[in-house]
Design a protein around this ligand. Sequence first.
Ligand SMILES: [Zn+2]
Length: 310
Amino acid sequence: MLAKLVSHIEYRPEISERIFGDLVDFFKEHAGFRNEDISKLIRNSESLARRYSHFIINLDIFQDFKRRKIPKKYSGKVIIVDRLAFYVPYHYDPENYGIYFRVSEVLKDFIEIASIFYEIVQVPRFIRALGDESEALALRLLRLRRNIISFVNSLFVEFIVFFYAHLIAHHVFEDIGYILEQMRKGRYSLLKSKEEEAFCYYTAFNALSRYMLGVLQRSKKAERLINIFFPILQNFSWDSIISINFATTKILYIYYVANNRIEPPIVKESLYERFNILFNVLWKFHYTYEEDIGPPNVRPIIQRIFLTLI
Ligand SMILES: [Zn+2]
């Protein structure tokens, strides 16, 4: 029997197969590695809770949902338990809805990624490949190699923006559901949860990779996110930031996708075509213009970003 051909769209970083394989191996060999200098630049969640408690909200439902299996579909009956955050849909709870970054999960992944990435930039051929064989881009990585504080701060901004973009994509899917409910044409959610995860990661990889150098660190979005996360980094300053999103997207892809830590950013073309237009319009509203179109009693998502210790 002939297999039915299904075409997909996929995010893949631009890097040669050979270097890609070497980097995957490098990450495997260094799994769990922590650079002590990097760890020292980051406050742990206990000291964070003592000093900066106003950012932190621990809802009882988080414990409950953490224990559950991922549902077949996201809906008004569940919250989304992501690797680094919870998303509480307004369909579930309009009072408490929002994005809650899980501090200890964020720090665990970030310290490991930063530690291994810092080892990777000690290897000249990796620097050349991560910098797309451009001398100017390689120079950025070399500058960060000489300044570990600047390296940690720069990577952290891009790492958080990547996951923020992923979570905003979940919010956009909730709004698509809301709009279709208003039109009596469907309900939240129309996708399987695995498909939604893949679509949201596809969106996040594209969002991070498309920033022009220097733009992200001047954006209100990054400023707002870092204000929330600021206490985590011991020596944060905006003038220490250097854009390296051309390399960060590759590193995140290898750490998360090549090592099966997240749903791969591959979307069936039929699904993509079904949502693409509405998704892109709403994405522009939320991500680029930061305007909300949800129910009138629900506050804008940018005012609903928190940290949690659960
Ligand atoms: Zn997700």
